[in-house]
Design a protein around this ligand. Sequence first.
Ligand code: CDP
Length: 796
Amino acid sequence: MSATTALDEIKIGGLGASRRRVEDNRFIRGKGSYVDDIVLPGMLHMEILRSPFAHARIKSIDTSAAWKIPGVRLVLTGEMMASRNLAWMPTLSYDTQAVLATDKVRFQGQEVAAVIADDPYIARDGVEAIQVEYEPLPAIVNPYQAMADGAPIIRDDKLEQPDNVVFDWEIGDQAATERAFAEADLVSRLDLHYPRSHPSPIECCGSVADFNRATQKLTVYITSQAPHIVRAAVALVAELPEHMIRIISPDIGGGFGNKVPVYPGYVISILASILTERPVKWIEDKTGNLISTGFGRDIYLHGEVALRKDGKVLGVRMETLSDHGAFFSDAQPSKFKIGLMHSAFACYDIPAAHLAARGVYTNKAPGGVAYRCSFRVTEAMFFQERMMQAAADDLGIDQAEFRRINFVRDDDFPHRTPYGFLTDSGQYGKCLDIGLEAIGYADFARQKEEAAARGRLLGIGISAMTEPLGAGNSREYDILGIKMFDSAELRVHMTGKAILRTGAKTQGQGHETTWAQIVAHELGIPADDIVVEEGDTDTAPFGMGTYASRSTPVAGAAVAMVSRKIRAKARKLAAHLLEVSEEDVEWELGRFYVRAAPGQGVTIQECAMAAYANMPDGLEPGLEANAYYDPPNLTWPFGCYLCKVEIDPETGVWDVIQFVAVDDCGVRINPMIVEGQIMGGLTEAYAKANMQFITFDADGNCIGSNYMDYLLPTAWETPGFELYEVVTPCPHHPIGAKGVGECATVGGPAAFVNAVMDAVKGFGVRNIDMPLLPDRVYEAITTGRDISGAPPVKMD
Ligand code: CDP
């Protein structure tokens, strides 16, 4: 006998198995348990009164009629919150946000008052009975208005705030960049806008707060991607003892970054439960979610690329202007003012770069939230790839060749990116080649001619990107001073079955399936014998939650490390059972054996039993461990997306003829889940490019507060995607995995837009800003002009 007796890893659901998602058993049967499914004895219901104005002074709030409605138990206003020092709360970006407005309202939909009643309908009646007298103020709906001379100051609550600028920040080597531009044969310039969009998970936000006066325990069921952070925030802000706070994130119907921030509704429901001494449920409606919770994007760019005639990029300049709404509440734990925007151009070997970023307040809901991306990486990669395409066109060089010339080479890792990150691995050229082959790039000129003969415009767009996934390391990343790492706890029961808990929190990504696969890979315990739990702060080890595709890079690594701790202890038990010394024991998947006599062995399950029933003298009983993992670096997956479109010039309608995605996320734990993540991401990317935007009229009314105005693509509109795989293992991750959840949302949009731009460039058009609605494409073709900015609001 030899190591050939090792278990078949795919059969036990280990690494690389396309194991069916175990959580889907309950989801597809309608047996999931979401916050709104929580019903507690004596539970009350809460509704929020929201501001109809984008900017107005509050002159008075009269709640007397609401109090008189039978069944109304409590009416809360900003003044009452202020008496408990809770009218304002800190945001994750070191700003403050109003919980209930006291002085002014600063965006349409802002929380003004709350009614707590016996049922949601009475609470709604109570909200409608509240009389608020507002004095409307001029609304600021874009960053340029915010910076204009004499613009009203939105954050006049902050004494040190002289204007509407949230931050000015810069990074890169300005002097070296200027030298690069002085040496350039050509400078390519582009102005772009990435419109405001909303993560729009199917499930809205909500909480059920349950304060028990007798036990002094506060339990909150909540839609949070980061329950431990909520516990810390409640302990620090509401000054409740941390061990008496239990935060439970049950099943979550999609997060995409929308469920990272702490929202006023959560805080109000907690105070309401403390005051009424009854459980209080708050469930946000769809309009409330769309107009008041964290938005993404909303950023302008002026970009410049310094080029040498032979196609080499010598330097890059980026100036960004971002709209953060009324409160700077970006849910991003980097110390960088604009998230990881400076990950731009990380896959290219560019000697010099400089980025100047300005963020401003406007009368919009808090924006800049990391919507399915690592803290503004989506915008970074979109701008990068639009600039690369424009530069290739300006130089008159083939867009694929241009990228190849500038890619970081496979043997040039670790590589310092132009803005200072360290990337560690990748095969960028190989991914591009696979994509070009799959989309028939070599034959494209012929296809274009053939389409022209039919009166159609054909275009190919390429988008190549590498994304920093896996915040932190703890040296560089923290949330409100809490350093970023993650954790896993594994308990192997005596029969060899196990329970695994982590500090991450799945919202549909499939952690219950894939974490068990990592344990199976490390220990040989079949994945079906491992149950995974996340989201309960009383039981899960402390962790920073799930966003920015950090789970696999950080919590996933902790799962591997905790499994290795268990294996180390199991080895001692095996030596005891086999009556040999530990040094003479070898491991193969699922079994220890004697090196000199491979036929003599014990399974991991036999070791588990021994941990409780037959341990050697002096060895601590039990088979449990936990691991905290602080990654040495981010992981850097790569994606190359290629899109072929055909445009009808008579209407501006464009159809995707073919879309090819080549992703390298290192070792894939579950290839089927990875493919699902990529397809979902590409669908969101298509939505951004094709149909989706949130805009505001001149008074700050949000246009996009429902799914008639804010469009989500269905299976009907969404094109098919062809997926390809390249595997470059992450050198520092214990199983070689890199994150993947966001890659396609991040890299996808530029592929669609570049394809349309490639098709229309013959008309002298350099840019159409997203979404590329048919009327915008038609207007660009017929006028030969760029179409810039968010689509205007058409008033009837
Ligand atoms: O943090 P989040 O879970 O959103 O993103 P992720 O870490 O990229 O993982 C998304 C899903 O894909 C999880 O179920 C992962 O376990 C899975 N995945 C995988 O199977 N292999 C990888 N190399 C990366 C992720």
